[in-house]
Design a protein around this ligand. Structure first.
Ligand SMILES: [Zn+2]
Ligand SMILES: [Zn+2]
Length: 377
């Protein structure tokens, strides 16, 4: 029993296009196979979401579905490929929806009807550890590629596109209107100069088909948040033998629980107890190279004191230098004291002199002077 398309997307029957799209986006991002590698349940759910959206976003299909339910698409009904596997149209569409719009408006038309393929965008999120070490990422890119059946010509195997009989291959025709002669795009070949008599069955004369490809992308060590990686010619295939577009990977680095990054330097706030700060001691910090470093805390360490661990920061892209790691102490004032602790601290207080806390005593005596200076006026 198939789930209701509206329920699958979690929207009301009367949902408008905007609501549909936003529900689809949210769910598709959540269940996308790239985010849930190896999870069959997610992949299945993703296909369901895709099918539901494919149907409901099309007013005709939606009307048919509202009237007849799933039966509208069975036994060669209106048919949309049934959502089994990633059908041609659906994937390109998801790609645009999730991975961003085709960039640069990419389609440049050249002679002979050849068109450059569109540039594609892929958003990738990596961890700070991955940015530190670099990695080879496997991504799955739904994209149109050259049709192997016709080698991109769009013509059925064994045939060739023929020069357009109407414009003799110019792509433009002239028509006389009174004194004027007007040039316009040839209506027979839409400006391509060639027509295909017998279109290729696999690509319907487009010269390319939509498929999912697996690509391996090299993420270099030290890469920064917001970096764009261009993979030349890995975008959408050109039309009728035109050149391919490019694929752009938009990289973002996830915030880290312990480390803040500023270029090649890392910052880490480490809470230490009041007694460690006063008496001195040490603690260990884990670093991004998978090792631990011991940090010595000298006697009388103040809150916010910075320790520099040289060469423990981020690598710099394509350079031998490495940044530093700055450890900043955050002295924690003790809470929930026991009676005995309180006694000891009170005794400590009695024994304290201005030398124990030169900053606060100095500060309050200067503050007092400042206040008294008003009386002189
Ligand atoms: Zn073909
Ligand atoms: Zn023509």
């Amino acid at each position: 029993m198939k789930a209701d398309f509206y329920e699958t997307l979690g929207v009301q029957k009367g949902a408008d296009d905007k609501e549909l799209k936003s529900a689809f986006r949210k769910l598709a991002m959540q269940f996308h196979p790239d985010r849930n590698p190896g999870d069959d349940a997610c992949e299945h759910k993703f296909k369901e979401i895709n099918e539901a959206y494919e149907t409901l976003k099309d007013p005709q299909k939606r009307a048919a579905y509202d009237r007849f339910g799933h039966a509208a698409f069975e036994n060669g009904g209106m048919g949309n490929g049934g959502g089994q596997g990633f059908g041609a149209g659906g994937f390109a569409d998801i790609f645009e929806d999730i991975f961003g719009d085709m960039m640069g408006g990419g389609r440049r038309r050249s002679s002979g009807g050849r068109e450059r393929g569109a540039d594609l965008r892929y958003n990738m999120e990596i961890t700070l550890e991955e940015a530190f070490a670099g990695k080879t990422a496997q991504i799955r890119v739904p994209t149109s590629i050259l049709c192997t059946e016709c080698a991109g010509s769009g013509a059925k195997a064994g045939t060739q596109p023929v020069t357009c009989s109407m414009c003799q291959g110019h792509g433009k025709v002239r028509a006389s209107q009174g004194f004027f002669s007007i040039e316009r795009t040839c209506p027979q070949c839409q400006g391509r100069g060639q027509t295909i008599k017998d279109p290729c069955g696999k690509c319907a004369g487009q010269g390319r088909v939509t498929e999912e490809r697996s690509l391996s992308v090299n993420i270099p060590s030290g890469i920064e948040d917001g970096t764009r990686i261009r993979l030349a010619n890995e975008g959408e295939a050109g039309l009728r033998g035109g050149p391919s577009g490019d694929l752009y990977i938009f990289l973002s680095v996830k915030p880290h629980e312990f480390f803040q990054r500023d270029g090649a330097d890392l910052y880490c706030k480490v809470p230490i107890s009041m007694t460690t700060a006063a008496l001195g001691g040490s603690f260990e910090v884990a670093t991004l190279d998978g090792t631990q470093t011991r940090v010595k805390v000298p006697e009388g360490t103040q809150n916010g004191r910075q320790f520099r661990l040289k060469g423990k920061g981020m690598p710099i892209l394509r350079q031998p230098q490495v940044g530093d790691l700055y450890i900043q102490t955050a002295v924690e004032t003790p809470q929930s004291l026991t009676r005995r602790q309180r006694e000891l601290l009170e005794e400590f207080e009695k024994l304290s002199s201005t030398e124990n806390s030169p900053q606060s005593s100095g500060f309050f005596s200067r503050m007092k002077d400042f206040f008294e200076s008003f009386g002189d006026k």
